[in-house]
Design a protein around this ligand. Structure first.
Ligand SMILES: NC(=O)c1ccc[n+]([C@@H]2O[C@H](COP(=O)([O-])OP(=O)(O)OC[C@H]3O[C@@H](n4cnc5c(N)ncnc54)[C@H](O)[C@@H]3O)[C@@H](O)[C@H]2O)c1
Length: 292
């Protein structure tokens, strides 16, 4: 893989897909953002554009630079438009069949050399790769959320991932400015093995009245040096996603610390999912998925 601009497809215009599209656009990649739902695609594109508008307001780039970067991203609801892609990053629902089907359909559209990256949090890379006729090209690339602000990407091969695909993946990720950590195709990789039980313990602390959301967030940022507090982060992650990831990890690892506290179920039942619904632990004026 060369350092010249690639064409990158991103499947899914949700929290992760829009974040990954921002990363790709900023790194100068021609980026095709695909979603099956027109309204989700539109929200993803709004998030991408909003991110760069805020960057201009914060003085991080000029308006001209932002316009150039925004022009790197094109939205589509036609999978066939992804035909020229060198890399496709899958960030669709955390559902094995949906992910397998997406790669099976792409097999018929893209070149056999196109890399397939899956951003799964809890599913097996090997299982997802079995959807493709060429599982050797499939690599797990787990971006940390928010993808535009967090540098780390975990890289996990499936059983049939071929060494050229692994190597090209590391080179590609480093060429777009990411730091890679190689891990195994195991539930939660490295990051979620630590993050999910920790987030659960923060939610339990809030439920037990140990502090307010504001004081717990402030304590974590002030004492532990985290860039954002657990409730600020969970509002970006989405409570539906946290519930799903935590439950899946509990089912696979059988350790109670992964099981989501009851407050998570109540928030999901109420539709208080975080930024994407305008209310989670905090209230938001708009439903762009994250700021700059
Ligand atoms: N939210 C996080 O913090 C986080 C972090 C790392 C990884 N992940 C993983 O990233 C993936 C996406 O998570 P998310 O939080 O962005 O979810 P999300 O619900 O915000 O977005 C998913 C999007 O995928 C779209 N979609 C569904 N099926 C599709 C298909 N076949 N083709 C194209 N688009 C399709 C949906 O319309 C939706 O817009 C999941 O596998 C999740 O586990 C999430």
């Amino acid at each position: 893989m060369t350092n010249t601009p690639q064409t990158v497809g991103v499947l899914g215009g949700g929290t992760m897909g829009s974040g990954i599209a921002i990363v790709m656009a900023k790194a100068g990649q021609r980026t095709l953002l695909f979603d099956v739902k027109e309204e989700n695609l539109q929200r993803g594109l709004d998030t991408v554009h909003g991110f760069f508008d805020v960057s201009v307001k914060k003085g991080k780039m000029t308006a001209d630079e932002a316009e150039k970067i925004k022009a790197n991203v094109t939205g589509t609801t036609r999978l066939a438009d992804l035909a020229p892609c060198d890399v496709v990053v899958e960030a669709v629902f955390e559902d094995l069949q949906v992910k397998k089907d997406a790669f099976a359909q792409l097999d018929e559209i893209v070149s056999p050399q196109t890399l397939f990256h899956t951003n799964t949090s809890t599913l097996s890379v090997t299982g997802i790769a079995s959807g493709s006729k060429l599982p050797g090209r499939v690599v797990g690339t787990h971006y940390c959320n928010p993808a535009p602000l967090m540098n780390l990407v975990e890289v996990a091969d499936g059983r049939h991932t071929e060494s050229w695909a692994h190597q090209a993946t590391i080179e590609f990720l480093e060429s777009i400015g990411k730091t890679t950590v190689v891990t195994q195709d195991r539930p939660g990789f490295i990051v979620n093995r630590f993050l999910i039980p920790w987030e659960n313990s923060c939610i339990t602390a809030l439920e037990n009245g140990l502090g307010t959301k504001e004081s717990i967030d402030a304590a974590v940022k002030g004492a532990l040096g985290h860039p954002m507090g657990p409730f600020e982060l969970l509002d970006i992650v989405g409570m539906d996603i946290h519930q799903q990831v935590a439950t899946r990890l509990y089912e696979q690892l059988r350790e109670p610390r992964f099981y989501p506290p009851a407050m998570v179920d109540r928030m999901v039942a109420a539709g208080d999912l975080g930024r994407k619904t305008g209310r989670g632990f905090y209230d938001y004026d708009d439903t762009r998925l994250f700021g700059s």
